[in-house]
Write a protein that binds this ligand. Structure first.
Ligand SMILES: Nc1ncnc2c1ncn2[C@@H]1O[C@H](COP(=O)(O)OP(=O)(O)OP(=O)(O)O)[C@@H](O)[C@H]1O
Ligand SMILES: [Mg+2]
Length: 461
């Protein structure tokens, strides 16, 4: 489960405008829409209370969300597809409630185009979240469709029951993949692919005609499909961006410790750029394999940004201290440096110094083509001597040896090239250092970099 959500209501000035999440909850049966439904996206702020011109019952909400094609499920149907919300279908639990796996086909929904696995999220009626988070999810995800946003298939609103039905994401969430060591370490290119996918999801939200601030970007809200395509989930805290001449939205501070932007925490001022900071935190988590907050680490390493941000710009520290040791050096040095420089900018304390998400995508995506990744250690599997399996092993061994030879050759070649490159670079650096020394224009850092055993370039990042 994810880090605890926080609400800083006690430390914020009481004059802050209330946010939609703070309004008294509407009658679950009646939602009023304050303007005619058109092709324009319906926002949460368009929803008001009895007395407004057009009233829409929640059971009719799907029809109001133009073109969304949301399916409406009965509670009984969802019981059926999750085997009565059985333990064996349990996927996990968050602030909203419990999530179960299910399967829908024509028998459940006649006319359904393709049978598919789904994830069913059940609102915990005694939990911290409620109707408004459920509604935010339906309103935003019902209308916003993008390859990097999880697809909301439908919902259930029956009596007190509030459920959401999503496409099923086979690889679960990024937090589990990155930090809970049940599965193999995520390789470098997969991490980059996830970062690019999630960045595209955020960029899409920010570039909408009516921009959306996601507000709860964190590793556990990035879901992964079978091919590690990243999709954003959990729109319960999402909100419409500033309208007209406004520069920000003022709101009660909500989010997750370790991910929220510092200016948002101290002022309650929310912009799309606050999401960029949270993205920077997740990018840093992907580089380091460390959690944004980790109480099990020594004091000064517990807050990832405070510890890691200063190290991002130092190539030596980046390779030797910051990068996730589980990657075993198997990443492109150039790509890692560029990603680190980007994370550094995203994590700036000055919102104006942060890039937009569109710039983030443009910077990150080309890094997927940098494939100068050192070859990993070769593992030779000793063939079994069991007699009855002799023939099988003979075939396998011939095959293995052939692969083995190729790989050894390649590895040897790669090793020689690396040594050669290192010598040449060392030579170049010594020459450059000597020439700088003679002109006495280098800083201590440059001297360290150029005379040390590392191979880093003297060019500023
Ligand atoms: N569409 C989905 N497909 C597969 N698994 C999902 C899906 N949606 C959620 N899950 C899983 O269900 C679990 C709970 O998710 P949920 O989003 O409710 O909580 P969380 O992200 O851990 O915490 P938070 O409440 O802070 O968002 C997670 O393990 C998540 O991976
Ligand atoms: Mg979540």
């Amino acid at each position: 489960m994810a880090l605890k959500k926080f609400i800083y209501k006690t430390i914020l000035p009481s004059c802050l405008k209330p946010h939609h999440h703070e309004k008294p909850l509407p009658d679950p049966k009646i939602v009023q829409v304050s303007k005619p439904l058109s092709s324009q996206r319906l926002s949460l702020s368009d929803i008001s209370y009895p007395g407004s011109p057009i009233s829409v019952t929640l059971s009719n909400l799907s029809a109001s969300l133009v073109g969304s094609n949301l399916l409406i499920f009965t509670h009984k149907e969802l019981q059926l597809i999750t085997h009565k919300f059985s333990k064996s279908n349990y996927l996990g639990e968050g602030g909203f409630g419990t999530v179960y796996k299910g399967f829908i086909d024509e028998k459940i929904k006649p006319g359904l185009l393709k049978p598919q696995s789904v994830a069913v999220k059940v609102l915990d009626l005694d939990g911290s979240q409620g109707d408004m988070e459920w509604l935010a999810e339906v309103i935003f995800l019902g209308q916003l469709k993008h390859p990097h946003l999880v697809n909301l298939i439908g919902y259930c609103c029956e009596d007190e029951h509030r459920l959401l039905v999503y496409e099923y994401m086979e690889q679960g969430n990024l937090e589990t993949k990155l930090f809970k060591g049940y599965s193999a370490t995520l390789p470098w290119l997969t991490r980059l692919k996830i970062a690019v996918g999630a960045a595209k999801g955020l960029a899409f939200l920010h570039e909408e005609e009516k921009p959306v601030i996601y507000r709860d970007f964190k590793a556990s809200n990035v879901l992964l499909d079978l091919d590690y395509n990243a999709k954003l989930s959990d729109f319960g805290l999402a909100t419409d961006g500033p309208q007209g001449d406004e520069t920000h939205v003022t709101t009660r501070v909500m989010g997750t410790h370790g991910y929220a932007a510092p200016e948002y925490i101290t002022t309650g001022h929310l912009t799309t750029i606050s999401d960029v900071y949270s993205f920077g935190v997740v990018l840093l988590e992907l580089l380091t394999g460390r959690r944004s907050m980790d109480k099990s680490r020594p004091g000064r390493e517990q807050n990832l940004v405070a510890w890691g941000r200063p190290l991002l710009k130092d190539p030596h520290k980046l390779d030797n201290i910051l990068m996730d040791p589980r990657l075993e050096g198997q990443y492109s040095t150039e790509a890692a440096r560029k990603a680190a420089a980007l994370a550094y900018q995203c994590l700036s304390h000055h919102p104006k110094c942060r890039p937009t998400m569109t710039t983030v995508v443009k910077t990150l995506e080309p890094l997927l083509d940098l494939k100068d990744i050192p070859v990993g250690p070769f593992v030779y599997i000793v063939p079994s001597e069991a007699k009855d399996e002799n023939n099988v092993h003979k075939v396998e061994n011939v095959h293995n040896r052939a692969n083995c030879g190729n790989r050894e050759d390649e590895e040897e070649k790669e090793k020689k090239e690396r040594v050669h490159r290192r010598h040449r670079r060392g030579h170049r650096h010594r020459r450059r250092a000597q020439s700088l020394k003679s002109r006495a224009v280098y800083s201590d850092t440059h001297l360290y970099e150029s005379l040390g055993t590392n191979l880093y370039s003297l060019d500023p990042m």
